[in-house]
Design a protein around this ligand. Structure first.
Ligand SMILES: Cc1cc2nc3c(=O)[nH]c(=O)nc-3n(C[C@H](O)[C@H](O)[C@H](O)COP(=O)(O)OP(=O)(O)OC[C@H]3O[C@@H](n4cnc5c(N)ncnc54)[C@H](O)[C@@H]3O)c2cc1C
Length: 396
């Protein structure tokens, strides 16, 4: 059977390798960039967080996150690690469950996949952008600018629109739309947030609790927050970012270990024991110095006053601001900077047990092009591996 895989990213390479396990299949990968796995090289800050020990459907989002479950069950984290081990890739798990190549280099992941594609005789064509697909009496016609391919089976693994500089594009959505499929609204996920209130904090990191509010709380998490010149970044911010909308309030709990009342008591003791301390240094030793000053300034306090001059009411207010430090969200850095696209091709139009189109028999989709996105921590690549594996089985 002739199998054409559109997209040589994580899902496409996995799908091609799987389809090529049946030596009767003649598999071609068409990749628009000059090499396969370009985005993979940039993952995990160049280390490639290729999966997570805790991967389960609970870590995925979309109109129907349960759609991901059969693929994740059919090719689990353990299966993925075994698969890569057989290709020659050794991995290591961090305490958080995140898994990286032992070499700490993303190119190790790309290289073992490339070598395997070569060994299995997959025809990999780079610099080959697919511009249209169409049904024939039997199978499908695939057109690039220069030439035409024929596939009895088609696997569309063009990824999402996030990370444009690394190859993110909406072409996959458009190809599937041309076959009659629908696409949900898309938006950036795992992305930095633009906020007010961070002047002077660039480079500061804090372990914080995060609550995103739009009236009521819409999302909550905890972890490292990195302040930037435009807002906030870091793993915990990424986690909330898919829910963030302009106008939302992000409340940071900057001293998680202490309840607000205990913090107020502690500050009252400090007012006594360090009464001559200028307010500028009042929070030194509790928070990053710069963060402490921004908290006090945001409250409108004159930092040249002494700690001893603080009223009980002001002490309570400082404790409250540390526990609920508010930043107003004005937006995100957008799809260009995002790690993943929330939304995509409607999963209801595909069979979850095979990833075959319900509209076009013989067409399969895998990876980020579908309306499934994962949490930060290796879950998106696990979806690419699991869905690529399932699609590559071609419904058999
Ligand atoms: C900076 C960054 C860091 C990330 N880090 C991590 C991480 O550490 N862990 C994790 O789990 N996830 C991470 N992700 C997310 C993860 O990389 C993606 O979710 C994953 O690569 C999606 O796999 P995919 O195969 O569906 O798409 P992609 O990997 O994007 O591959 C799609 C491929 O299709 C090609 N293509 C598109 N259209 C066409 C066309 N018409 N014709 C031919 N070729 C086409 C593209 O050029 C691309 O190579 C990161 C993303 C970014 C941007």
């Amino acid at each position: 059977m002739k199998v054409v895989v559109i997209g040589g990213g994580a899902a496409g390479m996995m799908a091609a390798l799987t389809a090529a396990e049946d030596c009767r299949n003649q598999v071609t990968v068409l990749e628009r960039q000059s090499r396969v796995g370009r985005k993979l090289l940039a993952t995990g800050n160049g280390r490639c967080n290729l999966t997570n020990l805790h991967a389960s459907a609970a870590h995925y989002h979309g109109q129907n996150p349960a759609f991901a479950a059969p693929a994740l069950a059919a090719f689990s984290v353990a299966d993925t690690l075994e698969f890569f081990r057989a290709l020659g890739l050794l991995t290591v798990a961090e305490d958080s469950g995140r898994i990286y190549p032992f070499s700490d280099q993303a190119n190790s992941v790309v290289d073992v996949l490339r070598f395997a594609l070569e060994r299995r005789g997959v025809d990999v064509r780079c610099g080959c952008e697919v511009v249209s697909v169409g049904k024939k009496a039997r199978g499908y016609r695939v057109k690039t600018a220069e030439t035409e391919f024929y596939g009895d089976r088609l696997i569309i693994a063009c990824g999402g629109a996030a990370g444009g500089k690394l190859g993110g594009t909406d072409l996959g959505y458009r190809l599937l739309q041309s076959l009659g499929h629908s696409v949900t609204a898309i938006r950036p996920s795992l992305v930095q947030l633009k906020t007010d209130g961070v002047h002077g904090l660039k480079g500061v990191r804090a372990d914080a609790g995060l609550t995103l509010k739009r009236g009521a709380a819409v999302a909550q998490t905890a972890g490292e927050v990195q302040f930037t010149d435009f807002g906030v970044s870091g793993p915990a911010v990424f986690e909330l970012s898919r829910e963030a909308r302009p106008g939302d309030i992000l409340l940071l709990d900057l001293l998680r270990p202490l309840a607000e009342s205990d913090l107020a008591d502690y500050l009252a003791q400090k007012r006594l024991s360090a009464s001559s301390l200028p307010l500028e240094e009042f929070l030194t030793g509790m928070l990053h110095n710069r963060l402490g000053r921004v908290v006090l300034r945001q409250m409108g306090l004159d930092l040249s006053r002494t700690a001893g001059s603080l009223t009980d009411r002001e002490l309570q207010a400082i404790a409250h601001t540390i526990k609920f430090f508010p930043l107003t969200v004005s937006g995100t850095l957008g799809l260009e900077q995002a790690q993943v696209t929330a939304g995509g091709v409607l999963t209801a139009e595909f069979r979850p047990d095979t990833l075959e189109s319900r509209l076009c028999p013989g067409v399969f989709a895998a990876g980020e092009v579908l309306d499934i996105d994962g949490d930060c921590g290796g879950f998106n690549l696990q979806w690419a591996w699991s869905s690529g594996r399932l699609a590559g089985r071609l419904g058999l």
